[in-house]
Design a protein around this ligand. Structure first.
Ligand code: ADP
Ligand code: MG
Length: 393
């Protein structure tokens, strides 16, 4: 998906409202992980470099339309200053005269952080009057919050009907990379699914499987598929109400000419916290399959190395326990190698992203998507209210 972005002349000297996602993990008055803040740095650099006057708006937690002091974005001022190396001013609302006054006195080069947009109930109702109110102090809107782009809120959608609007760097990059793997994959296209549950990913599996040349299914979700292939799965994760879906997916992907590979063997143990394990083709009655085994690693690696585009969603095992991390690690290596040979590799899914970072492969893949829910929605072919109005192809 190609998005309309801004040229310096579109924003130079303009009062610009930038939608970011500062919904960071926050505990004991501290930001636990500033990845989401850092993700907007390129857009901010480019806006300030072009001479824009920039205010930042975001949601933070779920205050449900009430003012909740524990969810005030004022608490993030220090972290935002540290990450961007800019002076940050804060105003304790996101609409009204306070914002207009603060914008009028904002020195170019500094940033203005507005209060949590979800303190107003109109935000999540996508209220058109509230969109006009919010737009009043501004001349331009830039959307950069990919992880909120599956929502139709005022700050992700409604305001685009009121102000000239553009996509920021992060949104453009997400559209470009997810566009490749969801719309125009380079062939051969290898899809890797894993993680805990089939039901979390049904939309994505359904939407993308027909596009792929090869579908690799590992992780906990594989056992629901293996069971429909009449394999013994012991006490492994399963979703009995998804057997029919699993059957249908395998049939329809195969009819469309795709190869669907399930694990040939598993690392089995008593449970995710076990301290001893073994490898077997079928899972014994009293054990769980907690990682893919060496034969599966070999099979999956071979497919991955032949790929020109790859989407990976869901780890191959309980990688949080080193005993069940080998499958996920081996696939990180394979995906990194394919990428170094010219494949486009996209990582979707929060836990898959953590695994790729944990094992040191973050800069060896093409792109790690910053959206959790948003990535799943995009990859299910659903509307993206925060992107669709900016689409130019
Ligand atoms: P993502 O966030 O990347 O979309 P999921 O949330 O679907 O991934 O799944 C991640 C979780 O799946 C991890 O916490 C991992 O421990 C778990 N998991 C992976 N394989 C198995 C398995 N065989 N049995 C049980 N849990 C598994
Ligand atoms: Mg997850």
């Amino acid at each position: 998906m190609k998005l309309k972005t801004f040229a310096p002349a579109d924003v130079a000297g303009k009062k610009t409202l930038l939608r970011v996602d500062f919904n960071v993990p926050f505990r004991d008055g501290k930001v636990q992980d500033d990845l989401r803040i850092r993700a907007h740095a390129p857009t901010i650099e480019r806006l300030l470099g072009a001479g824009a006057h920039v205010a930042l708006v975001s949601h933070f937690g779920r205050p449900d339309g009430h003012v909740v002091p524990e969810m005030s974005l004022g608490q993030l001022v220090g972290d935002v200053e540290r990450v961007y190396g800019k002076k940050v001013h804060f105003v304790d609302d996101c609409v009204g005269d306070k914002v207009t006054d603060a914008m009028n006195s904002l020195p170019q080069g500094d940033l203005l952080l507005l209060e949590n947009s979800r303190f107003h109930p109109e935000e999540q109702k996508n209220d058109p009057d509230f969109a006009k109110l919010m737009a009043r102090p501004f001349e331009v809107f830039v959307m950069d919050a990919f992880s909120a782009a599956h929502r139709a809120d005022v700050t992700t959608n409604g305001i685009m009907s009121v102000l000239p609007s553009f996509a920021g760097n992060l949104l453009v990059k997400e559209g470009e990379m997810l566009g490749i793997v969801c719309e125009k994959p380079h062939i051969p296209y290898v899809l890797i699914f894993g993680g805990a549950k089939v039901s979390d990913k049904i939309g994505v599996v359904k939407f993308l499987s027909d596009l792929a040349n090869t579908v690799l299914i590992g992780g906990g979700m594989a056992y629901t598929f293996l069971k429909t292939d009449r394999r013994a799965i012991g006490k492994s994760l399963r979703e009995e109400d998804r057997y029919v879906f699993a059957r249908d997916i395998m049939d329809s992907a195969r009819t469309a000419g795709a190869k669907v590979y399930l694990p040939l063997d598993s690392v089995v143990a008593d449970g995710p916290n076990a301290t001893t394990s073994s490898v077997s083709d079928d899972v014994p009655d009293d054990k769980m399959g907690l990682d893919i085994g060496p034969k599966t690693i070999e099979l999956f690696t071979k497919s991955i190395l032949s790929a020109k585009s790859i989407l990976w969603n869901g780890p191959m095992g309980v990688f949080e326990n080193p005993m069940f991390a080998e499958g996920t690690k081996a696939l990180c290596e394979a995906v990194a190698k394919a990428t170094s040979w010219g494949a486009i590799s996209v990582i979707g899914g929060g836990d898959t992203a953590s695994a790729v970072r944990k094992f040191g492969f973050a800069d060896k893949v093409s792109w790690i998507s910053t959206g959790g829910g948003a990535t799943l929605e995009y990859c299910s072919g659903k509307p993206m209210p925060g992107m669709d109005p900016l689409r130019i192809d």
